[in-house]
Write a protein that binds this ligand. Structure first.
Ligand SMILES: Cc1cc2nc3c(=O)[nH]c(=O)nc-3n(C[C@H](O)[C@H](O)[C@H](O)COP(=O)(O)O)c2cc1C
Length: 372
């Protein structure tokens, strides 16, 4: 049985261990431009088998929170290049999570103060995060408008364009498509947010169409071996839900199998919450079997509430990689700490979103603790 500290191949990514830093939005990029402090933060965590950046909008329309870094302007790409250079200088590997929030946004964050876009004009009962006069606050999302069918090729284009520049200009080792947590691609997938009557709504095949078009377009552009996909079959995040997630994700997995992806990243249960949901049962082993039976060879990455013991159990049961979120906020050297069974720093929730170096780059490594 492989250990967390054994190498693994994920598509064209050679990973020295199986410990992944999960994508974590930190709202520390004023003007949507990655900062030198962000380069330091990611570089501190470079011993991870793989770093996945915070979610990164592929267009201004795809933005739903204040001070998140983008991937569609020259200054943004230059800022990210500083990040990837810093990570590579420390011997790390980093992919960026490509994001379109869809209806989880606010008019004040949209180009020209427009309504956010969605599969259908249904407001998400959830909050977004705004920063006004230097102070952060959570606010209700704005009512969205339904995207016209003829706008959808433009969204696919934005994802493909961002993926190309992520790799060729910003120096990323690959990208992860954010298909999870109730954002645009998840909104299209699930009945709770998609009431369309065209080719992108109704049947499972139709609801999965946009996600598959996006992933296919990106794989065609940069090679499937550099592409991961994040999915959350039964998450409750951002007011999302589906009538029959097992059948939906069985179909999605069978279709993804042919794309030679680097990895499939699955959030089990409610993101950041319960791993088992009594009212939303789901068989993750069956989801993986659907992928493998259809010929899918990408690495299988699991996430949500993992500690070392649970992670080792997941590897024993066939997972290839485990992504850690909150533990990575507080433990830049999580790999070393898990290897040595050293105590873990506790993350400070008050500094998760927005702010400065406090609660961001000032969590000590073991080495710093020992030399103090
Ligand atoms: C502060 C914070 C920011 C997050 N940002 C993102 C994000 O940008 N993209 C994403 O897919 N998930 C995001 N998540 C979810 C995490 O990636 C992860 O799924 C969740 O924290 C559960 O994993 P954990 O139990 O190891 O923390 C975020 C979670 C937290 C706590």
């Amino acid at each position: 049985m492989p250990s967390l500290f054994d190498p693994v191949q994920a598509g064209s990514l050679h990973l020295p261990n199986r410990i992944v830093m999960a994508p974590l939005t930190r709202n520390r990029a004023p003007g949507a431009i990655p900062t030198p402090l962000m380069a330091e933060y990611y570089a501190q965590r470079a011993s991870a088998g793989l770093l996945i950046t915070e979610a990164t909008p592929v267009s201004h329309q795809g933005q739903g929170y204040a001070d998140v870094p983008g991937l569609y302007g020259t200054e943004q790409l230059d800022g990210w290049k500083r990040v990837t250079d810093a990570v590579h200088a420390r011997g790390g590997r980093i992919v960026t999570q490509l994001w379109h929030v869809g209806r989880v946004s606010h008019t004040s964050l949209q180009p020209g103060g427009a309504k956010p876009v969605a599969p259908s004009a249904i407001t998400a009962k959830t909050k977004t995060y705004l920063i006004e006069d230097g102070k952060g606050r959570f606010a209700d999302t704005s009512a969205p408008r339904a995207l016209e069918a003829q706008e959808l090729p433009g969204i696919v284009h934005d994802f493909r364009h961002a993926a190309r520049h992520a790799v060729s200009t910003a120096g990323f080792d690959g990208i992860e498509v954010h298909g999870a947590n109730g954002y645009l691609l998840d909104q299209f997938l699930k009945t709770g947010a998609n009431q369309r009557t065209d080719d992108y709504g109704g049947s499972i095949e139709n609801r999965a169409r946009l996600l598959l078009e996006v992933v296919q377009a990106i794989a065609g552009e940069i090679g499937g071996g550099k592409v991961g996909v994040r999915l959350s079959p039964v998450t409750t995040a951002n007011d999302i839900g589906d009538e029959n997630p097992q059948a939906l994700f069985d179909y999605v997995m069978r279709r993804m199998a042919g794309l030679d992806l680097a990895y499939v990243h699955v959030i089990e249960g409610a993101t950041g919450g319960a791993r088992e949901l009594p009212d939303r049962p789901f068989d993750y082993a069956a989801m993986r079997t659907a992928y493998r039976e259809a010929g899918g060879r990408g690495a299988w990455m699991v996430n949500n509430g993992y500690d070392k013991a649970l992670a080792e159990q997941a590897l024993a049961q066939g997972a290839d990689l485990v992504a850690f979120g909150r533990l990575y906020i507080a433990n830049p050297d999580l790999v070393e700490r898990l290897r040595e069974d050293a105590p873990l720093n506790v993350p400070d929730r008050a500094t998760f979103y927005g702010g400065d170096a406090r609660g961001y780059t000032d969590y000590p490594s073991l080495e710093m603790e020992r030399s103090a």
